[in-house]
Design a protein around this ligand. Sequence first.
Ligand code: CMP
Length: 928
Amino acid sequence: MAFKKIGAYLVEGQTCDQQAIQAAVEKQTTLGHEGIYKPIGQIIVENGDLTPSVLHSILQKQGEDLLRSVELFKNLPQELIEKICGVAEYQAFPKDKTIIHQGDQADSFYQIISGSARVFRVSDDGVNVTLNTLEPGDSFGEMALLTGEPRSASVKTQEACGLLVISKEAFDKLASEIPEFSLALSKILSSRLNRGGVELVHASATEKAYQRFISKQSYGIEPKLIGRSRVVKQLQDEIKAAAKNDRAVLILGESGTEKSDVAGLIHWKSKRKEGPFLSVDVQTVSLGRSVDRPRKHDPIRLELAQSSALFGHAKGTLSFAPERRLGLFQIGDGGTVVLENVEHLTKSVQTKLVDYIQHGQFKPIGEQTSIHSSIRIIVTSSVDLNQEVLDGRFNKHLFEILGGSHTLTVPPLRNRKKDLRQLAEHLVEYHSRQTAKSIVGIDLSVYKSIMAYDWPGNTDELSAVIRRAVNLAQSNRLTPEDILIGTAPRGTDRLSFNLLKVDRIRRLFQSSAFPNSAQLATAFFFVLIVYLGFFGTQTPDNNVSLELTWGLWEPLVILSCILAARIWCAVCPVGASSSLISHKYGLNRNVPSFIRNYGGYLAVAGLGAIFWSEVVFNMPFSPRATAILILSITVPAVMLALVYRRRVWCRFLCPLGKLVGFLSRCSILELRANQNICNNDCMENSCYVGSEYQAGCPVFEAPFVLHNNQDCILCGNCVKNCANQVPVLNLRVPGQELWTFRKPDLTMAFLVSIIMGTQFFRGLEKTDYFHKYTAAQNQEWIFYSVIFVLSTSFAFLFIKTAGKVIFGSVKTSSRVTPNLLAYALVPMVVIFELSFHFERLISRGGQFFPTLGRQLGVDWDFLMVSMSPWWITFHQIAFILVGVFASRAVLKNILRLHEDPSKLRLSFRHQWPLLLLAAVYIYLFWAG
Ligand code: CMP
């Protein structure tokens, strides 16, 4: 820009001759060599060629001329320019002087008169990123003053600079008294926000917060709607039509769909393209510096926060946000403002919005005068607004205005699977660019798993999964190892308490002794059991390995599943040895997709085989069979560990792991993560990949994909690795995970059938009829096998038939809906298992000392623990009744999720399977 130097003013006004100026320039150069910077005017005054008051008036004139020539002030009347110059102070800065430090509190606003300065930011990982170079006419330092946040960046002179400095107090005064000044600032602000995604990656936390506050997505480049499906083409036509005029737009669609991109495209294609594009999520709107988000149940605060975000507030009107704040409707003048999740606007803000749409003016909170602005309003929602109106929660008038213009619906991802491949490719390319990686391909099996999933979190979820995959990728292709797909847990407001908040528990999970020392102890017992099984006596009453296994270990493991989920697997010596072997001698190959895809079925089949051999070989009374069982689990685990990475056996194939995971579904404990932090702030993924000191997740999971207890083994590696302390160990009301799934899993139906079938068998085995029939058989094991297969098949048929009756009216795939019943039956089946083993704990576990005594040749019979059979049966029946109620509650919630909740009433049609099963279980206990 044309900038008149001070010398020119002095010569023009004949206040000083050319020679004096020349002498001053030379002195300035000499001083510069010594590292001292002095402005020319000051040197001339020091040389006695000019009085300070004359210099002051010349600087004032220079400042005024400059202000008139810069964008920010050029349209202001003369008296305002004078007023601003009156509160501004001219200051000179040498080369390489940092004027603003990122993170500091704001005290001034700067206008560059001469020289140039660099705006840069140091990212969290220490990278110094230049954001811009500022020249005469540019200004800086307004962001922190307007938002109350700390400085978003540092500013350092590149050469000696002359600046007009306006103090915070003067700035606030100008901003509140001169609307044109505020508007001009708003324009600068929004142009700074309209930057491309690359820089946003490096944005400081302050600016990120600031971005969230006023502009979740500002487009420096044209947003894209990816896909060639019919629905996407139709949407593109609708976008074009909406961009042709200025009317309000309503965009509907499930959360996570590309509603913001659609809004961005409408803006981009409209004549407002050059204006600001700002968007705010009205549900989580922030109040600025001192307060983060309004608390959920504080409607007054929410209302103030929303009003202030949209319309702004005057200084001192809100006690919790004392600084003045500009509203979006002021900042976005000439552009587009998007209000996300509009249904969350409070009633009175809805009324104000109607008023603004109709009259184009508004009053900030605490201001007397109205402000005019021209904004195109786009609102988004993921609920049925019509219903909201009928329920009296949404302003009818506002709905009519919005619905009367353009209404666009963005389809969920599961209804446009045709677009998934293109979308995935686009996201891989985008995230590779962002992370400076060169991922060039995606394995076919990755596409398969992307296609097989329903993406309840829509494009946002897909983007998070791909961002993470790109991040994790070791080569230039994405493999199934990199893709961690999981359903975002719903209903995070559950009643729960994070045990990791308790210092001792956190320390335990973080200590290196956990779970190693416990693994040593369990390994000792396993070795003892195997030794006694092969080398000890085969007389059941004299071999303590049986009491240890069936009387203590098995019931206690089952109890531990209820109390502490899969924690047994964390201390299991089989898992520990496979980890050790894989680490020391393993080939560390990737897990083949066959194991990934079908491992679950194999594990269920293995469990069936264990249950079968348990009854056929009467394992609880055979020390050798018991030892063989333990070896049959250990040997494949170790062999697989030699070939594949991590604990592939524990994660995909271990039958006992499958059982323990199943029982843990009803646990009062869960390990989960705050997905928002994982998806937005974490780049290391150390929970999954591990760190220098600690291995990553041994079972190919990560806390952010966990939505049930089936796979996490509570080993604590993620707790040790995560620098953000994201994993939480919740004490919870059990059950929720049994209905918050989208698609019933077929393995669950098989698993429940096999466990339930075994339970029927165990019950039958105790009846007199059973004994009569077995006595008549020559080959007992054939009879046992037939009954075992029959009872398991019966359980499977029961689930299918009863499931069809209960869920007949649910409108999803008829092949899978009956399996929903399997989930409802889980509590009953788990409680049966618990009651059954309760009896074993007393009857077999109670024999531990007497048996040990017999083995050691001493009489410890007096140490026997027992309970009257009546008492045991009484407890078992009481357990089952609790199970009925728990299963009923789960059933109700599953139905609620799949049927209209308002019409739902549990009738006999829904409940008979539970009652029938309870009757059978009670009979079996009774008969036993
Ligand atoms: P503030 O956050 O108060 O302090 C640092 C200043 O750097 C900031 O205000 C803006 O004035 C300026 N700034 C931040 N980002 C940019 C950018 N991308 N381009 C130009 N100036 C910027």
